[in-house]
Design a protein around this ligand. Sequence first.
Ligand SMILES: N[C@@H](CCC(=O)N[C@@H](CS)C(=O)NCC(=O)O)C(=O)O
Length: 208
Amino acid sequence: MNIQLFAFDTPNGRKISVALEEMGLPYDVHVIDITRDEQFAPDFLKISPNNKIPAIVDPQGPEGQPISVFESGAILIYLAEKTGRFLPTQGAARVAVMEWLMFQMGGFGPMPGQVHHFLGLKNEQDQRYGLDRYMKETRRLYGVMDRRLSSHEFFAGDLSIADFAILGWVWRHPRHQVDLQDFPQVKRWFDTLMARPAVQRGFAVPLK
Ligand SMILES: N[C@@H](CCC(=O)N[C@@H](CS)C(=O)NCC(=O)O)C(=O)O
């Protein structure tokens, strides 16, 4: 039976549809419309105790038993280990993937996410402090990524789940008002990934 993906059309949701496509895993989509509070439904809470998308259910998990996984970073690691793809099994190469995956999970996600939030406020006075703080930090993170990509084709050796995680957020650069012309290495990397047929399928699958 297919993996069941519970997601919405957001950076964290798209990371997983892209990874599933790149890994060639068959999956069914269940749209959880977070604009209608569907993430708070009791049935969804059973597989995603933090009430956020994405989550997956794999009917054929470890020892052939069903398993649910929440938190996009955990899902990416789970899928990579299941397929043996996009995450080295050991050594320095694995450490590098984990570093850049955690960089995304802890910073380049929460920070642009705050920009999206403050841009949504109606009152300019309320927006000011948040936008100043989080846009600055978001641009700093783009600078970190640009430096990394000036000496690396991808974030951590070969194409990896770290790239899929970061791609979900760079995809939203117009929303957090970052011009990729200012970060040429990120732009080069972004264009390379977006040209991949599996990535395109991952962004095309209906999630809303
Ligand atoms: N750390 C979580 C963050 C998930 C997250 O923030 N999901 C958002 C959409 S991108 C969500 O479900 N928001 C609904 C809410 O906060 O009520 C992950 O990476 O999976």
